[in-house]
Every structure is written in C-alpha cells, then in structure tokens.
Design a protein around this ligand. Structure first.
Ligand code: HEM
Length: 529
C-alpha cells in the first residue's frame, strides 16, 4: 500500500467511524444507470441551474435593486447626464465598470436561455417516450412546476435592470393582472405598491428572483432527482432490458466522469456564448419611462408564445355594471395558459383514464408506437409555435416586407387550423413508420442490390435484420381497446353508460396500430427473401 493510499484509507475510515457513510456510499455509488444521449437533457437543466446560481450570486454584489432616481455619470457616453433608476444605472455599471461584469451578465442570461431550452426539450423527451407513466406521475407534475417557475423566474430576471425593454414587459404583466375580474385592479395596486410603475416593484421582484424562487427551485430539483434515484431511470427497450431491471453502467466511476465532463461542456458553451454573443444590450434601450416603447420589443423566447397569444387576440370587451372585462387580455394572458398548464400537468392521468392502463412502465415507448400521444404532442407544439411566431410579428413583418395585418391573420387562422392538421399528419406518419418496422422485421433490409432471375424478372435482395434488432422492433405491447359495458345483461343501459361509451371511443382511437410482426409470421417468411 502506498503512502497516499494509506492516508486516503485513514481519512475514509475516520469519516465512516463518525457518519457510517461507507455502506450507504457503496450501495449508491455503484447504482446502475442506463445510457442514452436523451437522458443528458435533464443534466443540461441541472448544470445550467448551477451556472445560474454562481453567475447570479456574482451579479448581486453590484446590482442595486432600487427605483430611486439618479443621474448617470458612468463611462457610457450616450447616456451620461440622463435621469434613470439606480437599478438601471447599476446594471450599466456592471456592464461597463465592473471587471468581468458584462461577461457575467451575458453568461447569466445565456444560462437562463439554455436552462429553459433544456427544460422544454427534456419535457418533450419525457413526454414523447412515455416516461411520465406510472410510477413517475409525481415527477412529471414537479417538472411542470419547474417549467412554470422557470418562465416566471426568467421574466423577473430580465425585468430587473429597469431598461425600456424590461419596463415594457412589466407593463404587460400589470395589464394581465388588471384584467382579472373584480380583484384585478386591487392586485395590481398591491403588487406595485400604488400606481404603476411606483417605487416598490423592482425591490420586490428582486427578493423573489434571488431568494424565494431559487429556494423553491433547489427544493423541487432535489425532490425531482431523489425520485429519479428512488424510482430508477427508465430505459429504451432492447435485448435483455425488462420492466424489472436496469441495464447500464455504474454511477462510479463511469457516470461520475461523464457527468463531470458534461458539466464543463455546458459551462464552456455558456461561457463562450457569454464572451462572444451579445445578449440583452440594455444600454441601447435606455431607461424605462412609461410613455415610451421601443420598436421591435421582444421578450425572451420562453415568454414569446404568451406575448404572441396576447398580440393576436381580437379586441373583445364587455361592460358589466360599470366594470370592464377585457377578454382580449384575460383569455390569452390567463385563461388559455391556465388551461394549457393544467392539461399538461394532468396529462399522465388523462392518458391513464383513456387507455385504462394502470400498470407500472419502466421501458420507454418509441414515439411511433404511441401514435395518439405523439400526434397530441405535435398538435400542442404547433399551437405554441404559431403563438411564438406571432410574438415576433412586428420583426417578421418588417424583415419579410409583410403587413402586421397579414401576420395577425396568419396567426389567428393558423393557431386554430394548423394544430388539428399537425395531429392528423403526425398520426399518419407514426402509423407509416410502424408499417415500415413491420416490413423491416418480415422482409429484412433493402440492400439496393438488384438481381435478374432466370426468367428475366428483376428483384431487390433483402437482407434479414439481426435478432437483436428484430426483438427491439417487436418487443412493445399493442394495447387492446377498452370494452366497458354500456348495457347490463337485460339490455338496459347501465348507470355511467355514456361515460363508458366515451371512454371506449377514445381508447379505440388510442389503440389504432399496424399489427406488429409476430414470431410465426417471421418464421414463415424466413428463406423467402
Ligand atoms: C429545473 C428543471 C429540471 C431539472 C434540473 C431536471 C433534471 C432531471 C434529471 C437530471 C433527470 C434524469 C435524467 C433524464 O432523464 O434526463 C430527470 C428525469 C425526469 N424528469 Fe426532469 N428536470 C427538470 C424539469 C423537468 C420537467 C419540466 C419535466 C416534465 C414536465 C420533468 C420530468 C422528468 C421525469 C418524468 C423524469 C424521469 C424520467 C425517466 O426516468 O426516464 N423534468 N430530470
């Protein structure tokens, strides 16, 4: 034993005597995780969150969350002598006076954008592979919570510098709060500590942005990861992989090394972007004054869909006993997002109800093998994408020489017409891919080699696929539709018959599939290629 090993052993023994950690560590450090690139998406969220905490802490040393008026006398000449809030002046100082300040601001902002991209793509991977199914429904709900908080946290973050762009965003938020019937104006008054913009809002959202939400994030991410640990990670189907095992590598040393390396890749990319790609150049926008708005104001991408929905709403208002209800703000700003996020959170339960499948699932679905789910996802994405496009309607209109009206009507019609089309097209594509899988299993791979038979016919040689691949393509289950009884033995409608009928219909649509190739069919066709 070398001296170094002896010292390490002594230290480990010392710690273990006092904490009893060795047994726990041994068990957990050898825990096996499955290997697939898409499982790294959650890690991107985790690492960008760590980068956000570190870079954000740096920014707090210099940022002054105060709306008191000061006269700017820093080194950025175009704004010298201009009155502005201390918050805006300190954000300018971080950009121009503090060493490394601009880099840190940009790293922080890029990390936020990557964090949100990571969350959304991670969510899509969990959704399209069915990883949210029992027993992971709670983790899905925690995930939807993290997504919602991420949007709010990002919005509050870019509202802090009190530049013209952030003030414009806050003004929209105020309008949305005010649109809540009956209590709206009181709530807005309460949030802003008086009339808009007041002096209280920035200090308040600062506390929420740097203390309250990061604390909640930390707690939720911890529970999220503990659940992944406890429930074990899902895995893609393949030979040797079952609902009861996990095939992969141990945490120590394989994933420790991979995860460590991956953190530095995420950090490196974020730092590189922060160094070379300008983001939120607040000095160009000027200080916020309620009477101004800059042309081409754009929120960060994860707020764009909401902005787009508000922008496309027709001017609907009703007057009620002297009160105005602004449906044009209320529906796109609160009701629709409320419905969207509730449906998203409840999706695992809705699917369970529709399919009647209450079993645990640790093997993932290939998206094509769950055509209805995949098509619903494509539909929701199309809706969000059209809204997001409309969030940039002014920029798109000027870039492509269109009018705002053309953009508006494209979005208003597109947001209703395109999602159902996306549903139908995606479902057809999934079924075609299932058909292609069936062909592949039964007839093998097309080799591109043409042979002329003795009687003159040309045929293409098909090569059988490996047994492993055939297993992977056929191991999934094909759900049978529900057949809940609508009538009792005497032909009389049972109580709840209508509900059962609806469920039967939905589950029939859910179970539409191209029958997968069976072992017998495969055997029969063997030697016919
Ligand atoms: C702060 C944001 C988030 C962080 C840091 C995070 C982190 C992670 C990590 C590291 C994993 C394991 C690796 C992987 O499967 O990618 C994971 C798994 C999971 N996440 Fe997230 N996540 C976040 C947001 C979300 C969201 C928005 C959802 C869905 C709404 C979600 C649902 C899940 C589920 C269901 C699993 C288990 C997947 C499986 O076992 O296959 N997470 N998360």
């Amino acid at each position: 034993m070398t001296a170094r090993e002896r010292i390490a052993g002594n230290v480990a023994g010392y710690v273990d005597d006092r904490t009893g950690a060795a047994k726990w560590m041994k068990k957990n450090l050898t825990k096996v995780f499955p290997d697939h690139w898409s499982f790294l998406l959650g890690e991107i969220c985790l690492y960008s969150f760590i980068i956000l905490l570190a870079s954000g802490t740096f920014l707090t040393f210099w940022f002054d969350p105060s709306m008191k008026e000061v006269v700017y006398d820093g080194s950025y000449a175009p704004l010298q002598g201009i009155e502005m809030s201390a918050a805006y002046a300190s954000a300018l100082d971080i950009s121009f006076e503090v060493r490394g300040g601009l880099l840190m601001r940009q790293i922080h902002h890029w990390a936020a954008l990557i964090f949100m991209v990571g969350i959304v793509i991670h969510l899509l991977r969990v959704y399209f592979t069915g990883a949210f199914r029992k027993p992971r429904e709670f983790n899905w709900i925690i995930g939807v919570g993290l997504l919602t908080l991420g949007i709010v946290e990002g919005f509050l973050g870019y509202s802090l510098p009190d530049d013209l762009l952030s003030g414009t965003g806050i003004r929209i938020a105020e309008a949305i709060i005010q649109a809540i019937p009956v209590v709206g104006s009181y709530l807005a008054f309460f949030a802003f500590g008086g009339a808009f913009p007041g002096e209280a809002f920035i200090p308040r959202i600062y506390t929420v942005h740097i203390l309250l939400l990061p604390g909640i994030f930390l707690a939720l991410i911890t529970v999220h990861l503990m659940l992944v640990w406890y429930q074990k990670h899902t895995q893609f189907p393949g030979p040797g992989r079952t609902e009861k095992n996990v095939v992969g590598y141990p945490l120590m040393p394989v994933y420790m090394a991979k995860a460590g390396g991956f953190f530095f890749i995420v950090f490196g990319v974020t730092a590189f972007l922060g160094a070379v790609a300008s983001i939120n150049p607040i000095w160009l926008y000027g200080p916020y004054t309620p009477g101004q708005v800059s042309a081409g104001s754009q929120p960060d991408w994860y707020m764009g869909w909401l902005d787009g929905l508000v922008r496309m709403a027709p001017p609907l208002e009703t007057y009620f006993f002297g009160y105005t209800i602004s449906w044009n703000i209320l529906i796109p700003g609160l009701i629709l997002p409320g419905i969207m996020f509730t449906l998203l959170a409840l999706y695992p339960f809705i699917e369970q109800w529709a399919s009647g499948d209450k079993r645990e699932h640790h093997l993932l679905d290939r998206p094509r093998n769950a055509p209805n789910r995949t098509a619903l996802g494509a539909m929701a994405l199309t809706f969000t994408l059209v809204s997001l496009i409309n969030g940039g309607n002014d920029i798109i209109a000027t870039t492509f020489d269109l009018t705002i009206n053309q953009m508006m009507w494209f979005s208003r019609i597109g947001v209703i017409v395109l999602p159902p089309i996306a549903f139908v097209v995606t479902k057809r594509i999934c079924l075609s891919l299932q058909r292609a899988d069936r062909e592949l299993v039964l007839h093998g791979r097309e080799t591109g080699r043409l042979v002329r038979l003795p009687h003159g016919e040309f045929v293409e040689i098909h090569e059988p696929i490996s047994a492993e691949k055939a297993w992977t393509l056929t191991s999934h289950e094909q759900l049978a539709p529900l057949e809940l009884p609508e009538f009792d033995g005497a032909g009389v409608r049972r109580p709840g018959a209508i509900k059962n009928k609806v469920r039967n219909r939905i589950s029939r649509a859910n179970a539409v599939a191209v029958p997968k190739a069976t072992e017998t069919e495969r055997k029969e066709l063997e030697g016919h290629h």
